[in-house]
Design a binder for this molecule. Structure first.
Ligand SMILES: [Zn+2]
Length: 143
């Protein structure tokens, strides 16, 4: 899906996509873990596959998946699901590591697959990366 820069950002920041997550998708590094979390959610909504791969921590379990296979999986997730809203519940960082707890609204053809996750982030060479995620609560079951 192509999101116009003047549209509301999918991460629900209240800003436009052009003033919020788009610069990160275009190559800028998010300044903190919460911005990275938001921009990764937006990347699912915007089908920014390369961004989702680029922002994985080298030790994230998905980082060992061959790039083509991972890209196909992510593309499928972007195409299948609707990403309709994000709420940041908690955000804390200490030095090079950070935790963001969030509620992501995700729908599969009207079926609610929304979930709450605690994500761990770590700074690698000055850039925040998605290290791991723990699902705390899930609405429905994925097929
Ligand atoms: Zn955003």
């Amino acid at each position: 899906m192509n999101i116009k820069p003047s549209s509301a950002c999918p991460c629900c920041s209240g800003k436009t996509y052009g003033a919020c997550c788009r610069p990160y998708h275009a190559g800028a590094e998010p300044p903190d873990a919460e911005s990275l979390m938001r921009s990764r959610y937006s990347a699912f909504a915007a089908s920014e596959i390369e961004y989702l791969i680029r922002t994985l921590h080298p030790e994230h379990p998905d980082a060992v998946v061959p790039r083509d296979a991972l890209g196909a999986t992510l593309r499928e997730a972007c195409r299948t699901y609707k990403y309709t809203g994000l709420t940041i519940l908690e955000s804390r960082s200490e030095g090079e590591v950070a935790t963001v707890v969030f509620r992501a609204k995700v729908f599969d053809k009207g079926r609610d697959l929304s979930f709450t996750e605690a994500s761990q982030f770590e700074r690698v060479g000055g850039a925040w990366r998605y290290r791991s995620g723990e699902t705390l609560e899930r609405q429905g079951k994925a097929p």
